[in-house]
Design a protein around this ligand. Structure first.
Ligand code: SF4
Length: 551
């Protein structure tokens, strides 16, 4: 057994709690020791829900183990029924309770409750949270879903269910809203979203819809596959994460329903805007490492490669149940997938690969911080930041915009630091220069007009007076950074006689470069022209020099 400080997933009964908490009228009676009530805090402190999860713990203690723990369970179930009056009940054990081998399913059956009781067998020592959520939702469907009438009522529009969103889900709340809007725009009505916000009655009606949309295969796929086997109800295979996948998802929905495919993306799809921007190639070839749950990792690899033009240098998942999908995906990018739930292994791989960007979980965010690499969080396990007050989906076209911002901004911040590092010693951009955009009294660049050093009150070698309460300030310079001085900074006098001259067009082109890098661009271009024996710098020379120095 390996002790660890941090895990990507909790035990499977936390997955069951995520399903129970997501639904409106299901109660979970959990045979568990006293300390297990900690799990409530995940929902109240991280997701900041307005109520505690609908869970009754038996909270047995060491002294109870000599007595009748089975009776303890039956009392808890009876009390939960009387107090919460749920429409269905889940019963099961946490890890420790599993060892005492009471049988919550059999015990609950003996109570002959008037509501459906679903017994959960969640092997805590082999499985984890997402599997627990998937198994719970699947068992709920098996117990609750009604067979639809043979003659389906005629509907004006096709209908679907959205399967997989749950409590403590990574952006599930906003993804549901975004995909519901998208489906509505296509002409599809969403009948039921489950388990998030679903009632027992909603789940009973699942088979009535024309098809299912599986948003999170880790939680919804097993139920969707069962619904297909039982009721011939098809389900979508594409997760609409990223612009390309969203278009594929739309095509899949249109094929399933026979609806016409829209001729163009909706107005909130902004990918084209970026692709056409002058600076878009800045991202080309960035080396990216991806780790998280299988759904988000597979989608992120596609977005990184096809939409951002990044190079995927490594990827992996903690979702063991979906290892095959992630391995297949990794092969497409010429890398080998790391399947592990040990964050130290992930850290080692990142250390070896030294990517320029990490797309990971909160743990990779910490790893990235330690290694000084830009990082964006793309997957559960969730953190308070993953429940923002603002609307921030990951899916659909708005989700693609959010992903773009979340991934690119850490890189641009990196660029900012890079620029600061690069120009720290530069005459125009040294550490002592005050921000010009504030109309400050930043001294004009030293090479424009020789700066006469302010006379020191004492020679450097002389001992510093200790009587003055304040340091003696050098007289303040009064020359502010005017257009004139900027011009002078940007156009230093031609120094050497063998230096190339600038054509008027090239000068004009140079003027378009932001002033704080213009001096550097001028010097680099002149150096390049000199090395190449170019007498007159043209626009073409300027861009050849740019290409040369950015290699
Ligand atoms: S029973 Fe399982 S979940 Fe509860 S404290 Fe022990 S290891 Fe953690």
């Amino acid at each position: 057994m390996q002790l660890t400080l941090w895990t990507y997933e909790g035990p499977p009964h936390v997955g069951a709690m995520r399903v129970a908490t997501a639904m409106t009228d299901v109660h979970y009676v959990l045979h568990a020791p006293q300390g297990d009530t900690y799990a409530d805090l995940l929902f109240t402190m991280i997701e900041r829900l307005p109520r505690r999860p609908p869970v009754t713990y038996t909270t047995f203690q060491a002294r109870d183990l000599g007595g009748d723990t089975a009776e303890l369970f039956k009392d808890a179930a009876r009390q939960a029924m009387a107090r919460f009056n749920p429409a269905a009940m889940l019963v099961g054990s946490s890890c420790t309770a599993e060892l005492i081998q009471d049988d919550p399913g059999g015990l609950a059956q003996a109570l002959q409750l008037s509501i459906p009781v679903v017994a959960l067998e969640l092997p805590s020592y082999q499985r984890k949270e997402n599997w627990g959520a998937s198994e719970t939702f699947y068992q709920l469907c098996r117990h609750l879903v009604h067979k639809p009438a043979t003659e389906k009522p005629v509907k004006a529009r096709p209908t679907c269910n959205i399967l997989g969103p749950s409590a403590l889900g990574f952006r599930h709340r906003d993804d549901v809203k975004e995909i519901t809007q998208l489906l509505n725009q296509l002409g599809v009505d969403v009948a039921v979203v489950a388990p998030l916000s679903a009632s027992v009655t909603d789940v009973q009606k699942l088979a009535e819809a024309d098809f299912n949309v599986v948003l999170y295969p880790e939680i919804g796929l097993a139920a969707a596959q069962w619904l297909q086997r039982q009721f011939d109800q098809p389900y979508t295979k594409t997760v609409p994460l990223g612009s390309h996948a969203t278009r594929d998802f739309i095509a899949e929905v249109c094929t399933l329903t026979g609806l016409p495919q829209p001729a163009q993306d909706p107005s909130n799809a902004h990918a084209h805007w970026y692709a056409k921007s002058v600076d878009s190639t800045y991202l080309t070839g960035k080396r990216v490492y991806i780790f998280g749950d299988a759904t988000h990792v597979v989608a992120a690899a596609r977005i990184a490669s096809q939409e951002m033009d990044f190079e995927v240098v490594g990827m992996g998942t903690y979702s063991r149940e979906f290892a095959r999908e992630v391995r297949d995906c990794a092969k497409r990018y010429g890398v080998e997938a790391l399947i592990t739930d040990d964050y130290l292994e992930v850290e080692d791989q990142i250390q070896t690969l030294q990517p320029e960007l990490i797309l990971g979980t909160q743990m990779e965010r910490h790893i990235a911080k330690r290694q000084g690499i830009p990082c964006a969080v793309i997957s559960a396990p969730v953190h308070v930041q993953d429940f923002p007050a603002r609307y921030a989906p990951q899916m659909g076209f708005e989700g693609a915009n959010v992903l773009f911002d979340t991934w690119v901004h850490p890189l641009m911040m990196g660029l900012e630091e890079h620029l600061i590092g690069m120009f720290r010693e530069d005459f125009e951009f040294h550490a002592g220069a005050a921000p010009s955009h504030l109309g400050s009294t930043r001294p004009a660049a030293e090479n424009v007009a020789p700066i006469v050093a302010a006379p020191l009150s004492t020679p450097r070698s002389a001992p510093v007076a200790t009587t003055s309460p304040m340091p003696v300030a050098a007289p303040a310079r009064t020359d502010t950074l005017t257009t004139d001085t900027v011009q002078k900074v940007a156009v230093p006098a031609q120094a050497a006689s063998n230096q190339a001259t600038w054509s008027p067009e090239a000068e004009k082109e140079l003027g378009k470069i932001p002033f704080f890098v213009r001096g550097k661009a001028r010097r680099n271009t002149e150096r390049f022209a000199q090395d190449q024996g170019v007498a007159t710098i043209t626009v073409e020379t300027l861009y050849d020099a740019k290409a040369h120095f950015s290699r």
